[in-house]
Design a protein around this ligand. Sequence first.
Ligand SMILES: C[S@@+](CC[C@H](N)C(=O)[O-])C[C@H]1O[C@@H](n2cnc3c(N)ncnc32)[C@H](O)[C@@H]1O
Length: 316
Amino acid sequence: MFKTGIHHISQLDGSVSLKSLLGKDRVVSVTLYDQILDFPNADFLAERILDCFSDERGVYKRTYANRFEAFDAHLLQMMEGQFDPASPMVVADVSVSDGRTACDLFERLAPRFPRIAHYASDFSPHVLVLKEGRFTLTLSRKNRILEMMWPPFVFSAMKPETPHFYPLNFVLRKFMRRFLAEPLLRKHLAGQAQTREIQLFSMRALNLVRKDARFHLGEQNILEPLMLPEPAHLVRSMNVLNPTYFTPADLARVVGNFHRALRPGGWLVAGSNEDAGSVVHGAVYRKTEAGFERIWQSGQGLELETHVLSWQAPAK
Ligand SMILES: C[S@@+](CC[C@H](N)C(=O)[O-])C[C@H]1O[C@@H](n2cnc3c(N)ncnc32)[C@H](O)[C@@H]1O
């Protein structure tokens, strides 16, 4: 048994099933991402692409529009009680994947805080695409192999199919990596291959940047200090403070970076949920001199809350 992937834009017109014969999701190539942005169902298709795409560490960029409606509404209500709407409002919205949840939040906050500056960012939001003959290779900016495509096959380099269901895919993947991907990668490293860069931000987010100077998109690894022109009133980090992504030591670094990015009394908003509209298990924390204190809890609270509350600012 084998599983083919979605490798050409014409397969996304609804006539081709996105499931395999065994009912498993077919990999939709990330190289189609910049070709779907003008489609009427671009949001759905981008969601489907990001569902099977993972970055060089194997971390998914899964996201949904309207993911935190009730949570965001409550957050706005709290912010109106705390922050002056006539004053500047700096928001660092990190780990936003393609940015659709950042658009949701910005569009909710901007009418009430017109002097908002909203900095939305994600880890590694660009990929490089190289093509040779029928073979296409997708790399991270650090030249790690992310996807291999040899129509009709599309292989996510980080998430192999199980050999039990798809033995042919297993063999082909090994062949493709050794005889097509690695030689092309060597050519690229020698500066002898042409590359195309794809930005993994959604059309909605890219359009918002163009039409509203208060909304910004960028690259940010939250293990590094947050790059902001001024301290934030709010740092938001959704569906990322996850034990599968970060070790306890990494989490301490991330929480420290959030603390340093916030102004005194600023808020850290964090939580996790499933698809759009599902309950957010999260919280809002206020920055104190020593660390953070919780001021609101949603659902069952943040799974990794102990890492936030036990973090201590270094003595001055
Ligand atoms: C499951 S997605 C969540 C996306 C969005 N926040 C949401 O809730 O829909 C996790 C996101 O965390 C990002 N991420 C993982 N590690 C990161 C890191 N070290 N720095 C910044 N972002 C990271 C991924 O790139 C991905 O976009």
